[in-house]
Structures are given as structure tokens and as C-alpha cells.
Design a protein around this ligand. Structure first.
Ligand code: FRU
Length: 441
């Protein structure tokens, strides 16, 4: 069953979002893609575009594996000043070349002057090569105060993130290293560094996020907040968890344009490398999360990341209807948004005829989410998080996924699921509102 309002390719494997960039009214989303099948391999950049971040159109593969070199994750920028020599406003993709014949990864660029429809790989690639087996996932943005392009990139196997600077996207100079400071787990991937507004103030701080392949809590996406001066990231907080579920990985953002509150949007892969290969084939594999706007909130002497579902995605849903759950079991459409109070206790379970179950409950400020799947037992999941706010808990349901945003967006949880059907059986206790999908994405 394909998702009704989350992005999934028509066919084949999808993983990390790549090259998120906006140009002339069009949001571009590239992503890790295998043009030849449902398993990981032949990694290339798939491509989709949207005018509103809610409805997406899939386009042909943008960057394909070539010369024994796969196209691993990376980012894209609009080179307004033509600094790289590909012309004013060229779209420049910065990606990792990963050799298939030997363990060697390096950073490359490719340029497009036709709105991302076709890319020419730079003849002078690689632009950054330190002869490493695991050196990947460049995240590049323009840093106006220091007048240079900044790249954050990881030495994955060493759990290290390096910052490089460049004035032309071709010659890169190492500037500093982001401190590891006791981060749990092993194998860093997909770093992301971005400046975010602090709610209700004129202040900003920088978020550094990295995905840890194994041994880190939640989905593996860890973040810390601090200052970045064009050379160095100085952390002010410890490591925090960006998502408590199993499947919010490799998120990166569109750093521009921002909304009226100065918030950029990001999006994550609703999958993970441990589980994805166990999912039964269905012609395509992998979907993106809903895009989420990012800001920071000051909370009892610390700062936290706050994620809010992109408003244009919520506009796809109809008006709120009240649902009282003490009435026994009732069907609820698979594509819907539920809202439940964070100040009262409640519980609900969604199930299908095959015995799959998704349960959420809130009691004494503790939100527990459980996933049970007798057919794909690798999906077993239970997590608990302490939540606190006046805002309702928001639950985005779709065929294939559930996203829970609690504590006013400071505690998020993303899971894929395989509940079958257009509607799920809902039982539980408490009151909620539900909005049904009105416009198909
Ligand atoms: C994360 C990742 C990246 C790599 C890409 C390859 O999911 O392992 O580190 O660039 O996927 O597909």
C-alpha cells in the first residue's frame, strides 16, 4: 500500500534525502535511489519537485552511478554569484563518490543550469579527497558573515565530523572539527549544520545533527545546539534525541527560503538500514517523513529542537471531528491526523486483520508507543518518553507510517508500519479530534 500523502518513489529503493534546494518557486528533493530494484545498491540520486512541499512530482534520475562510482548522499546549493564557474544561479550538487571496486569515498560536484533537470559532473572531480574508505555526506551552505561556502562532512567509521570552507566549491580548506564529546553509538552519517530561531526572541543558535548507524537512542539522529562563527562550532548543550522512533534517519533541510518565523524545513527517511531489508517486496521500498519546520525553545535552562509539521501538508486535511473512544471499536481512515490532549490520560490501539498493532497511551506525563507486527517481527518497537506542554499531541497517520509530535514538537517519534487497509480498527479510551485526508498528495 502506497502512502497517501508522504513521498515514495513509484518503484525501487529510496533512502536519505539529498540535495534539498529551492529555486524559482520549486522545491527540489533528491534522494538516495536504486534505479534497478528494491534493495540498496547502484546508488544514484532520484529527484522530485514540489511547489508547496506537500504534493510531489517524481522526475527522472538526476545523477546516476557511473565509472564504478556510486552517488552517495550530499547536498545542493544555488550558486547565485557563479563562484564555481558554472554560471550565475547554477544549481550545484555536492555529493560523495563511493567506489564500488575498492573502499574509497571522496567529495564531488555536478552542475545544472536547467533547474535540476540535467547535471554535468565536474571534469575535475573529486574536489575533496583525503584517501579514506569512509568519508561522506557533505552538507554545504553559504555562510554570509564569513563570505564562504561551508561543508560539514563525516569520517563515518571514526565518529568524526569536519568543517571545510571554500570560495568556489572546488578548493576546500579544513577549518575545524566538531567535538564528539561522548556521543553514544558508532558510525556517523549525514551531518547537518543550520542556524535556527529561538521561539519568542530575536536570538538564534546553530543546530548540529548527525545520524548514528547503531548504538544510539531513538532513530539514531542526535543533535546539539551552540554557536558557529564561520570556523568553529561551539556546543552549548549536550546530545539530545531528534526522534524517539526507529525510522527518522538522514534528515537534512532546505536552509532557504524560511517561513515568516525564520524557520527552515527538514525531512527524513522513514526507514533504517537494519530493518529495511526485511520488509517484504512490494515494488518500491522507502518513504520520506512529512516535512517539518524547525525552531528552538528555551526550556528550564536548556535549549531544545522543536519540530512542526509543514503547514501546507496539514492543509491537505479536512475539518476537525470529535471522536470519543469509550464507544468501543470503530474504523478510522488510514490517512488522518489525530489530536489528543497532553493534560489528560488516554490510550488507543490501531489494528488490522493480520494482527498488526500500533498503540499509544499517555498516563502521568509518560507517552508510550508500541508497534507489534507478527508478519515482520523485526518491526517490534516499544518506547516511552516524558512529555509536557499545553499543546495537544499530534499523530500523523498514513498507510505505512505514524509520526507523533508531543511536548509542542520537542518530542517526536516516527515509525513505519505495515497495517493493511484503507482504514484501521481504533479502540481505546479518551477524547480526540480527527481530520481526514481531503486532498490526495
Ligand atoms: C545513510 C547512508 C549515507 C550514505 C548513503 C548511501 O543512510 O549510509 O551515509 O551516503 O546512505 O546510500
Amino acid at each position: 500500500m502506497r502512502p497517501r500523502y508522504h513521498y515514495a518513489p513509484a518503484a525501487n529503493w529510496l533512502s536519505d534525502p539529498n540535495g534539498l534546494v529551492w529555486q524559482d518557486g520549486e522545491w527540489h528533493m533528491f534522494y538516495q535511489y536504486n534505479p534497478f530494484g528494491e534493495d540498496w545498491g547502484h546508488m544514484s540520486w532520484g529527484h522530485a519537485v514540489s511547489s508547496d512541499l506537500a504534493q510531489w512530482q517524481e522526475l527522472p534520475v538526476a545523477l546516476a552511478e557511473e565509472d564504478s562510482t556510486m552517488i552517495f548522499s550530499g547536498s545542493a546549493v544555488i550558486d547565485a554569484g557563479g563562484s564555481a564557474g558554472f554560471g550565475h544561479d547554477a544549481m550545484v550538487a555536492i555529493y560523495t563518490g563511493a567506489r564500488t571496486d575498492r573502499p574509497h569515498q571522496f567529495q564531488c560536484i555536478a552542475a545544472s543550469t536547467d533547474r535540476g533537470r540535467s547535471f554535468a559532473k565536474f571534469a575535475g572531480n573529486p574536489v575533496l579527497d583525503i584517501q579514506m574508505a569512509d568519508f561522506r555526506d557533505p552538507s554545504v551552505f553559504w555562510h554570509a558573515p564569513s563570505g564562504q561556502w561551508i561543508m560539514v562532512v563525516v569520517l563515518s567509521d571514526e565518529n568524526r565530523a569536519l568543517i571545510y570552507g571554500s570560495t568556489n566549491l572546488k578548493a576546500w580548506r579544513e577549518l575545524s572539527e566538531i567535538p564528539r564529546d561522548g556521543a553514544p553509538g558508532h558510525l556517523w552519517e549525514c551531518p547537518f549544520l543550520v542556524e535556527l530561531p529561538i521561539e519568542g526572541t530575536d536570538e538564534t543558535r546553530w543546530l548540529f545533527k548527525v545520524d548514528v548507524l547503531s548504538g544510539a537512542p531513538g532513530s539514531g539522529a542526535l543533535y546539539r545546539l551552540g554557536e558557529f562563527d564561520g570556523t568553529r562550532f561551539v556546543a552549548e548543550t549536550g546530545w539530545q534525541i531528534a526522534d524517539h522512533g526507529d525510522e527518522f534517519y538522514a534528515a537534512i533541510g532546505w536552509t532557504d527560503p524560511r517561513d515568516a518565523q525564520g524557520r527552515p524545513a527538514w525531512i527524513g527517511w522513514m526507514g533504517n538500514h537494519a530493518v529495511q531489508k526485511h520488509l517484504p517486496p512490494q515494488g518500491w521500498r522507502g518513504a520520506m517523513s512529512a516535512p517539518r519546520r524547525l525552531s528552538l525553545r528555551r526550556e528550564s535552562e536548556t535549549l531544545r529542537l522543536v519540530q512542526a509539521v509543514e503547514p501546507s501538508c496539514l492543509e491537505l486535511f479536512g475539518p476537525r471531528e470529535t471522536l470519543l473512544l469509550n464507544e468501543g471499536c470503530r474504523p478510522v481512515a488510514a490517512a488522518s491526523v489525530l489530536e489528543l490532549p497532553e493534560s489528560a490520560g488516554w490510550s488507543f490501539t490501531l489494528s488490522d486483520d493480520a494482527g498488526r498493532r500500533l498503540s499509544c497511551s499517555l498516563a502521568d506525563g509518560r507517552l508510550i508507543v508500541e508497534r507489534h507486527d507478527p508478519i515482520t517481527p523485526q518491526l517490534a518497537h516499544v518506547s516511552a518518553m516524558d512529555v509536557s506542554s499545553d499543546a495537544p499531541v499530534q499523530v500523523l497517520l498514513d498507510t505505512g507510517s505514524i509520526e507523533v509530535l508531543a511536548s509542542g514538537g520537542a518530542d517526536c517519534l516516527t515509525l513505519q508500519h505495515r497495517l493493511a487497509g484503507e482504514a484501521f480498527a481504533l479502540r481505546g479510551k479518551g477524547a480526540m479530534t480527527v481530520r481526514y485526508l481531503a486532498v490526495s498528495a
